[in-house]
Design a binder for this molecule. Structure first.
Ligand code: NDP
Length: 329
């Protein structure tokens, strides 16, 4: 029996429940491919599942993002041995060898290395969906981006700016605000320092010519920022709640959308924007083309062997990271 290293969530809990185990290498069946993983991305969804916020029964192999090389294929696979591929939003990718549905694999172009692909796929396709289909950013759009020095935040900021939009960025330290500025943010706010966050956002919006508030608020911080995000919007503005890094937003009174000025609220998940293969391939192609052309820079904040995966999650969940952390099998 040939085995491969895998990260395993042994029970619900904090990063300490992660273990490295040996697992049997599977054989690809029809339509499947066996991929040798070069790197996997560390994401909040892994932490939500490990904590039991999103239901997943332990023991299981976590990981929702990886890139690698196809080593074997079953009949009628959509890829060939030797292809460089990346994928996300199917669980179990934090292992050395992973069996994949070949229809879900994205081809990685020659100009993009596998670590960059692993770092970009989930957060990059998320940011792409958020600026194209969730709210269409256009020339002159004024957008609020929370945690702008984070993984999704840096990508969102770059994608909004490259589409002609203006970003008001928040982050939790001066060093993180500097990163947001380097990604093109026009205005920055340290939300750990201000008493009236929505007031500060509205002042920044005024300086950008948005006298009635921001067009769109991109909020992955959740509980701690949701109210201020809503209060920062112009009438008929759009609140995009895409995560809960500070905790999930409690139930709220829809009447607030009326008093705020006929506001829109949406709670998107990447899964619904790559469900069809055609859309998945389109999003991956556009993302990798932006990286390949140099328009989108992917920040890798650290590389960890599986044995130190708990440290990577502690850093992510403890607000210590900027950009993407990778796990190397
Ligand atoms: P980040 O790299 O952005 O890290 C999270 C950041 O959130 C922290 O660095 C911190 O930045 C900020 N933050 C504020 N309060 C807290 C808190 N109490 N605990 C931890 N962090 C806090 O992470 P990602 O880019 O991986 O993810 C960002 C968000 O996007 C998450 O909510 C995630 O779930 C969501 N997401 C959603 C997807 C979807 O499909 N809807 C897909 C991918 C990600 P600072 O110190 O500057 O405040």
């Amino acid at each position: 029996m040939t085995t491969t290293t895998a990260l395993v969530v042994t029970r619900h809990g904090g990063p300490e429940v992660l273990e490295v185990q040996e697992r049997e290498v599977p054989t690809p069946g029809p339509g499947e491919a066996l991929v040798e993983v070069a790197a996997g991305g560390v994401n909040f969804i892994d932490a939500y599942q490990r904590a039991g916020i999103y239901p997943t029964e332990p023991p299981y192999v976590p990981g929702f993002e990886a890139a690698g090389t196809v080593r074997a294929v079953g009949d009628d696979a959509a890829v060939s041995v030797g292809d460089r591929v990346a994928w996300s939003m199917t669980i179990g990718l934090h292992a050395g060898m992973v069996l994949a549905d070949s229809q879900r694999l994205l081809p990685v172009p020659d100009g993009v290395d596998l670590e960059t692909a692993a770092a970009a796929t989930l957060q990059g396709m998320t940011a792409h969906a958020l600026v194209t289909d969730v709210y269409r950013v256009a020339d002159g759009t004024v957008a609020l981006v929370h945690a702008a020095a984070g993984g999704v935040g840096q990508l969102l900021t770059q994608m909004i700016v490259s589409r002609g939009g203006h970003v008001i960025a928040t982050a939790g330290s001066a060093a993180k605000l500097e990163i947001a500025r380097s990604r093109g943010a026009a205005e920055t706010i340290d939300y750990s320092e201000v008493d009236d966050l929505s007031g500060s956002v509205r002042e920044a919006a005024q300086r950008l010519g948005a006298t009635k508030g921001v067009d769109v608020a991109y909020d992955g911080v959740g509980r701690a920022t949701f109210d201020d995000s809503l209060a920062s919007l112009r009438p008929r503005g759009t609140m995009v709640l895409f995560g809960g890094a500070s905790g999930q937003v409690p139930p709220f009174d829809l009447q607030r959308l009326n008093s705020g000025g006929s506001l829109y609220v949406t709670r998107p998940s990447l899964a619904h924007f790559i469900a069809e293969r055609e859309e998945l391939i389109m999003r991956g192609r556009e993302l990798f083309a932006e990286i390949d052309s140099g328009r989108l820079d992917i920040a890798i904040g650290g590389r960890y062997p599986f044995a130190e995966a708990a440290e990577a999650y502690r850093a992510l969940e403890g607000r210590e990271t900027t950009g993407k952390l990778l796990l190397i099998p």
